[in-house]
Structures are given as structure tokens and as C-alpha cells.
Design a protein around this ligand. Structure first.
Ligand SMILES: Nc1nc2c(c(=O)[nH]1)N[C@H]1C(S)=C(S)[C@@H](COP(=O)(O)OP(=O)(O)OC[C@H]3O[C@@H](n4cnc5c(=O)[nH]c(N)nc54)[C@H](O)[C@@H]3O)O[C@H]1N2
Ligand SMILES: Nc1nc2c(c(=O)[nH]1)N[C@H]1C(S)=C(S)[C@@H](COP(=O)(O)OP(=O)(O)OC[C@H]3O[C@@H](n4cnc5c(=O)[nH]c(N)nc54)[C@H](O)[C@@H]3O)O[C@H]1N2
Ligand code: SF4
Ligand SMILES: [Mo]
Length: 714
């Protein structure tokens, strides 16, 4: 028999800024290999540690390939195979019964970006649940707080093209661990460095990126806005501003200067823990080395003052006229030029008047406490809340309710899927069609289906076609093919789509949005901000007159949490869980935990793969020698981390990679795989809080107080 080998173009499906272009190698209908496409201008053929064995992930024997029904107690992971017809029949009878008795709002989708495709991720299922009339799930896990913050002052900015970073002279990586979480920016940063640029990392943890930088500035978590305001104060009082840029392209400078004057360097030093001399040097170097650029990580938003912090930082470039220069300005999410027709995707017109909205950060409380109607069914897909969402003990308790009907669509039997009544098998990226945007560069990427789905797995698009038919929805949209959906979802008339056709995208695999040339592009050299005044609004008009309506960064986000007062100026408020805001709590739980991304996993994905698990190792708790000594903890000791919400265990890593009072533990480990055999208890989100930040309902994973004790054995 001759082997037939073909290559097919694809795209990484993960919630990662880089959206790598793939080349699938298919041999006799089976996925043999997945490599990066060497021609892609940003991702250049290199895949990260997580995705290096993506073909093996497809062929992992643990995959869920058939519908299953629970046979053991909830959470036990005992299931038996059933047919699709049986599964759908059960869903129909349970949902119809719930709707008859409690109304459709007793049902809620629970989903996020386990898959990031325009079709299978992002908004998949939103239209279905709006049509059903369910409770709306607000999804603000990631980036919404930061984007809404920056939006107030610089609008939905397209920001700096990461390919333009080669022209930058001063690069601040602020709350971002580029080498782990979006490593394809690094070659551009290195090229800038070869041209003389300095790379500064502002991070409580000496991350991989901090180690490779020219200057790591450790900072107390959640105090970054005080640093930004302090930098502004130095820049203004020392006359380091670009007065002409300020006069022509900004509003509210006088008010900003007054606000910044409240942050003299000694005060900023005591808030942030950064020595005064370093704050002065940072401000002076940043202002004096244009083109200066700030790359803000998602981690900037994970505390009470999250949105306001991102906003304060996004005001810095206008002060020094950084936007005049190629490679100067702010680089946040690069989402603005990806023209999507959100209404076609989510069908907000189907939302029934008075529909209930629950933010998924409150999942634990919602499952346990909602009434009128209580939640009687959740459908969980593209998300693994038992590992990834805050307040895990409450989530587990809620999912264990005997009267709660839980449907899960999954690739694997995750810690969450173990609580399902019915599990439906989902396809992986090589087995489905999709088109991907990026939040780290300016290229659309197309993913062709390369191989047939194994077993009875189906894409999320097909899942909602089947569910729509099941529930008797007869609108024409439920009959569309995937390609027809792509044609409907992308806004082909947008100026950003100039020169792009679906046919070209399918053929080449990727296409750059029409947002200017990387070597000449200065999006805000002449102002041109997407704000009411068209200027950088240090004082936000929308906040000041109370008319701010947030843009639809994520479907289901209806901005309810924004009701109330928004400070028209960027400002600093101490974290919820800090000595300033909660003195009693901080006596009981004196350590501030942060829980960033691991290097080896993509959130909780790949944490079930032997190679990635071996590389990443067991859950660790990084702590400063002074904190360890005070507690009699030595490097390698098993420790318990706890607060009033819950606890988890890990191995202590005693190092000065964090300052005294700050500990760090990477998230993503599965309970049943931790330490390789489930010997560790719980996960870091057992201690996280449901509380949300001041703008955009951002999570508060860096705004958590805990205590740590040594345990004799795990
Ligand atoms: N390897 C890997 N890559 C990923 C992911 C993954 O799970 N693993 N997840 C993807 C996703 S969903 C996202 S959102 C992105 C996130 O990408 P990043 O924004 O880079 O996310 P983190 O690694 O959580 O945080 C970055 C750094 O911010 C620091 N930090 C935490 N709190 C604060 C603070 O208050 N102030 C400052 N200055 N720094 C702080 C952390 O110590 C960390 O080193 O990564 C994506 N890429
Ligand atoms: N402590 C702490 N917690 C955090 C964070 C933090 O910094 N600290 N970061 C937060 C952030 S930024 C994010 S983005 C969230 C991410 O949290 P999640 O969205 O829960 O992330 P994943 O672990 O990627 O889980 C997604 C699930 O989707 C499944 N999946 C993947 N593809 C498909 C598909 O095509 N179909 C179906 N049906 N399922 C699929 C995967 O198997 C996986 O189980 O976590 C948040 N949680
Ligand atoms: S996870 Fe990110 S860096 Fe890794 S292959 Fe996917 S897009 Fe590329
Ligand atoms: Mo994220």
C-alpha cells in the first residue's frame, strides 16, 4: 500500500495572543505532525512548548470520542457510552421539563475561550442561548477590564503593530511574561535590542522574561497605577513632556497634572515597594528614549484597580509624544482591526426583555444561591471552571447538586466534566474548519479541516446546529455551513478588510489586516483616537458625563457592572485585600498571592499530557526566604496555602524571585494529575475570590491574601 501524505494549512486554536499558522501533515487520513508555517511573518514556523506535540494531543487515547452518561456520583468520573440520539433525547426532556416548571432562565451556558475560533470559540452558542431565553453568562475572564480602561482614554486603539517593535528604543513589558505567554513578540524585541533598545520588565515575580530583560523592576501587586501616576508626575514636573503633542492631540492635561501631583516619588515608593531612585530613572529613561513603547499584559487588570491601571498606563505615551514615532505608543490587545459582525454572531436581538445576566466569576455563588428561578441546568463547553475559575470549593459544591442537570461538551474528562450528567464529544482543531483573529498581531489565520473527526466527535458549530434542531428552532441560520458562517461573521466591507478575500485567506492561510505598513505606521501621530473628541482623553468625556457604553469585546458582556461612578481621570485605589483596605484580614492572611500562567500549559489545557506535565513539574509555591524562614519552611517542603475560601498544596520554592510578602503559584494543574498522581490537594483558585475589579468586571487573581504553613506530607 502506498502512503498518501498531504499538507494542509491550519491555525492554532488556543487563547494565546500569537495565533500561530500551522502546517498539518496528514498520512493516509491520519494526523502525523503539526508544524509552524515558516512563511508567517510573525510566528515564523516556531510553535511553543505547549503545542509542540499537537498531533499527539489529537491522538491522545484519553480523548472523549462518544456521548456519555453519568453512572457514578457527581464528580466521580464514572460514565457509560450512549448514542447521540439518547444524549439529545435526555437533554431535550430535561430542558423542556425545566423550562415548563421554572422558565428558560433556569438554564445557563458556562463557556469561554478554550477554543478561540470565530466559529467554535469566542461566541459559539451565544445565539442559541439568546434564542432559548436562558440566563446570559457574562464572560470577562480576560482582557475586558484592561480594554475598557484604555478605551476611556485612547479609544478602541489599534495600538502599536508588534512588527514595528524593531524600531523601538525603550520597551517596557508591564505585567507580561512574553517568553511564556506570547513568545513570538520576542524576536522583534531582540532585534530592537540589537539596534540599541533597552528592555524593562515591571513584575512582582522574576519571570522568565524578567530574567532575560535589561532591567527587572519588582513591584507590589496591584499598585501599578500609583507607579504610572508617579511617572507622570516626574515627567510633567521635570518638563519631559511633548508639549506640542499634548496641546494638539490630548484633552484634560491640567486635571491630569493635578492628579499626578498627588503622587510624589516618596509616596509612590512606599506604595509600590520600588526604590525612589529607580522610579526616577524609569520615568526619565522612558521619556528620553523615544520611540518608547509599553506592552501591557492581561495581568495588569487582575486586582481591584485593574481597569484604571491599564488606563493610567495608556495615557503615558501621549504625554511624551511616543505616538509620533514608528514603534512608539501602547501595545495591548491588537483586536480593534479584526472586523467582526458581533450582532450576526451573537444575535443580541433575540435576548428577551429583562433577561438575567450572571457574570461567570460568580459561578460558585450563582450555582448555590440563585433563586427565582434557581439554576437547574448548566451547559459547560470551552471552559474548565473547576480549575480555572475563582472560588472553586463553591463551584464544586454547586456542580454536585443532585437537582442540577449538567451538560458538558469536552475533549477530555477534565475536573469539570467529571461533574456532568451528559458529556458530548468535541473535535480538535485539525478536525474542523475555523478562522482565527489574533490579539497579539495583525493577521487573520485560516484553519482547514485536515482529517476526519475521530469517533462521534463534532465541532461546536455542529453541536449548536443539533441543539437548535432539537429545540425546534427553524430560523435559516441554523442550517448554514461553517463556510457560510464565516462569510456572515466577518465584516468584509470594513476598511481593515481591504484587499482580503475569503478565497485568498483559504489559499495562503493568513492575511494581514489593512492597518498600515509596519515600517512607517504611526496610528496616532496626528491624534485620531477613537474617543468622542478624537484626542487622547486624559480626562474621559464618556466617564465624566456618564454616557459610557462599553464595546462588545466579548459576547454576553452587557456592561451592567459599569453602572455607577467612573472616575473621569486615571487614579489609584489600593487592592481589596491589602493592609490599607482590609487591615484585619491582612493580619490573619499576610501574604499576597499571584497566580500567573504556567510555561508548560495553556491555562488548564495540556496539563494532562505527560510531556508537558513532566516539563512543568508539580504545583509550586514561590516564596521569599524571609517569609519562608518566619514559617519554618525550607525549599522543597510541602506547604498548604489557605484563606477563608479554601486551600491548596504545593512544593515550596524558596527564592528571592518575589519580594517579602508576595508569593506566586502558577495555575492550570488538574486535580487528578497534580504531582503526576493527584497527590497535591486543590488548585490555586481554591483561594481566589469572586470579587471583580473596578472596570469591566475583571478578575482579581492578583488581589488575594493567604497564609502558608508547612505540612508534613502531601
Ligand atoms: N504558557 C502560557 N501561555 C499563555 C497562557 C498560559 O496559560 N500559558 N494563557 C494565555 C492567556 S489566556 C492569557 S490571558 C495570556 C496572559 O499573558 P500575561 O499577561 O503575560 O499573563 P500572566 O503570565 O498571568 O502574567 C504576566 C506577568 O504579570 C505578573 N503580574 C501579576 N500580577 C501583577 C500586577 O499586579 N502587576 C504587575 N506589574 N505584574 C503582575 C505575573 O507575575 C506574570 O509574570 O497568556 C496566554 N498565553
Ligand atoms: N488563578 C488564576 N486563574 C485564572 C487566570 C489567572 O491568571 N490566575 N487567568 C484567567 C484567564 S486570563 C483565562 S483566559 C481563563 C481561561 O480559563 P478556561 O477558558 O477555563 O481555560 P482552559 O483551561 O483553556 O479550558 C478550556 C476547556 O475547553 C476545552 N476545549 C478546548 N477546545 C474545545 C472545543 O473546540 N470544544 C469544546 N467543547 N471544548 C473545548 C478544553 O479541553 C478545556 O477543558 O482562566 C482564568 N483563570
Ligand atoms: S499556544 Fe500560542 S505560541 Fe503556542 S502554538 Fe498556539 S498560538 Fe503559537
Ligand atoms: Mo486569558
Amino acid at each position: 500500500m502506498t502512503n498518501v501524505t498531504t499538507t494542509v494549512r491550519g491555525a492554532c486554536p488556543q487563547d494565546c495572543p500569537d495565533t500561530c499558522a500551522f502546517i498539518y501533515t496528514v498520512e493516509d487520513g491520519k494526523l502525523k505532525d503539526v508544524k509552524g508555517d515558516p512563511d508567517h511573518p510573525v510566528t515564523r514556523g516556531r510553535l511553543c512548548t505547549k503545542l509542540n506535540d499537537f498531533a499527539a494531543h489529537h491522538n491522545n487515547p484519553d480523548r472523549i470520542l462518544y456521548p456519555m452518561k453519568r453512572t457514578g456520583p457527581k464528580g466521580s468520573g464514572e460514565f457509560k457510552r450512549i448514542s447521540w440520539d439518547e444524549a439529545l433525547e435526555e437533554i431535550k426532556s430535561r430542558w423542556t421539563g425545566i423550562i415548563d416548571e421554572f422558565g428558560p432562565q433556569a438554564i445557563m451556558p458556562v463557556h469561554y475561550l478554550g477554543h478561540q475560533g470565530v466559529l467554535n470559540g469566542l461566541t459559539a452558542g451565544d445565539a442559541f442561548f439568546n434564542r432559548l431565553g436562558s440566563t446570559i453568562a457574562e464572560k470577562t475572564f480576560c482582557g475586558v477590564g484592561r480594554e475598557i480602561g484604555t478605551h476611556l482614554s485612547i479609544g478602541g486603539s489599534t495600538g502599536v503593530d508588534p512588527e514595528s517593535l524593531v524600531h523601538s528604543k525603550y520597551i517596557i513589558l508591564w505585567a507580561v511574561n512574553t517568553l511564556s505567554s506570547g513568545s513570538h513578540h520576542w524576536p522583534f524585541i531582540e532585534e530592537a535590542r540589537r539596534n540599541g533598545a533597552k528592555v524593562v520588565v515591571i513584575d512582582p515575580l522574576k519571570s522568565r522574561t524578567a530574567v532575560q530583560s535589561d532591567w527587572h523592576i519588582p513591584i507590589r501587586p496591584g499598585t501599578d497605577a500609583a507607579l504610572a501616576l508617579g511617572m507622570m508626575n516626574i515627567i510633567i514636573s521635570e518638563g519631559l513632556t511633548d508639549a506640542e503633542y499634548i496641546a494638539q492631540h490630548t484633552e484634560g492635561f491640567e486635571e491630569l497634572a493635578e492628579r499626578a501631583a498627588e503622587y510624589p516619588v516618596d509616596k509612590v515608593s512606599s506604595i509600590t515597594g520600588i526604590p525612589e531612585a529607580d522610579i526616577l530613572t524609569l520615568a526619565r529613561e522612558y521619556a528620553g528614549n523615544n520611540p518608547s513603547v509599553i506592552r501591557q499584559g492581561v495581568a495588569i487588570e487582575r486586582h481591584r484597580n485593574g481597569g484604571q491601571t491599564a488606563r493610567a498606563i495608556s495615557c503615558l505615551p501621549a504625554l511624551i509624544g511616543a505616538w509620533r514615532h514608528v514603534g512608539g505608543g501602547n501595545l495591548g490587545l491588537t483586536l480593534a482591526p479584526f472586523a467582526l459582525d458581533w450582532d450576526a454572531m451573537c444575535r443580541p436581538d433575540w435576548i428577551k426583555e429583562g433577561a438575567r445576566v450572571i457574570n461567570l466569576h460568580n459561578l460558585g455563588s450563582a450555582l448555590n444561591e440563585l433563586s427565582d428561578p434557581p439554576l437547574k441546568s448548566v451547559m459547560i463547553y470551552n471552559i474548565n471552571p473547576v480549575v480555572q475559575s475563582p472560588n472553586t470549593e463553591m463551584i464544586k459544591k454547586g456542580l454536585s447538586r443532585e437537582d442540577l442537570f449538567v451538560v458538558s461538551s469536552e475533549l477530555f474528562l477534565t475536573d469539570t466534566a467529571a461533574y456532568a450528567d451528559i458529556i458530548l464529544p468535541a473535535t480538535m482543531q485539525a478536525e474542523q474548519t475555523d478562522v482565527m483573529f489574533s490579539w497579539g498581531h495583525f493577521y487573520w489565520t485560516y484553519n482547514h479541516k485536515a482529517v476526519e473527526a475521530p469517533g462521534e466527535a463534532i465541532p461546536n458549530t455542529e453541536l449548536f446546529r443539533r441543539l437548535a434542531e432539537l429545540m425546534g428552532f427553524d430560523e435559516p441560520e441554523w442550517k448554514r455551513t461553517d463556510e457560510e458562517m464565516i462569510r456572515d461573521y466577518l465584516d468584509w466591507d470594513s476598511p481593515f478588510m481591504e484587499g482580503i478575500t475569503l478565497e485568498d485567506l483559504q489559499k495562503n492561510g493568513y492575511a494581514k489586516v489593512a492597518a498600515g505598513d509596519k515600517d512607517t505606521r504611526t496610528p496616532h501621530a496626528e491624534g485620531n483616537f477613537d474617543t468622542p473628541s478624537g484626542k487622547c482623553e486624559f480626562k474621559s468625556n464618556l466617564a465624566a458625563d456618564g454616557t459610557f457604553v462599553p464595546p462588545p469585546f466579548r459576547a454576553g458582556y452587557n456592561g451592567q457592572q459599569l453602572a455607577g461612578y467612573i472616575d473621569p481621570l486615571p487614579g489609584y485605589t489600593p487592592p481589596f485585600e491589602s493592609p490599607e483596605s482590609a487591615p484585619e484580614l491582612s493580619e490573619k492572611f499576610p501574604l499576597n498571592i499571584i497566580s500567573p500562567k504556567s510555561h508548560g500549559f495553556l491555562n488548564s489545557q495540556y496539563a494532562n499530557e505527560f510531556k508537558q506535565l513532566r516539563r512543568e513539574g508539580e504545583p509550586i509555591v514561590i516564596m521569599n526566604p524571609a517569609d519562608a524562614k518566619q514559617r519554618g519552611i525550607e525549599d522543597g517542603d510541602a506547604v498548604s496555602v489557605f484563606n477563608d475560601r479554601g486551600s491548596f498544596t504545593g512544593a515550596a520554592k524558596v527564592t528571592d524571585d518575589t519580594m517579602k510578602g508576595v508569593i506566586a503559584s502558577f495555575h492550570g494543574h488538574w486535580q487528578k494529575k497534580t504531582g503526576g498522581n493527584g497527590s497535591h490537594k486543590g488548585s490555586v483558585n481554591a483561594v481566589s475570590s469572586e470579587r471583580m475589579a473596578n472596570l469591566g468586571s475583571a478578575p482579581t487573581y492578583s488581589d488575594i491574601l493567604v497564609e502558608v504553613t508547612k505540612i508534613s506530607a502531601v
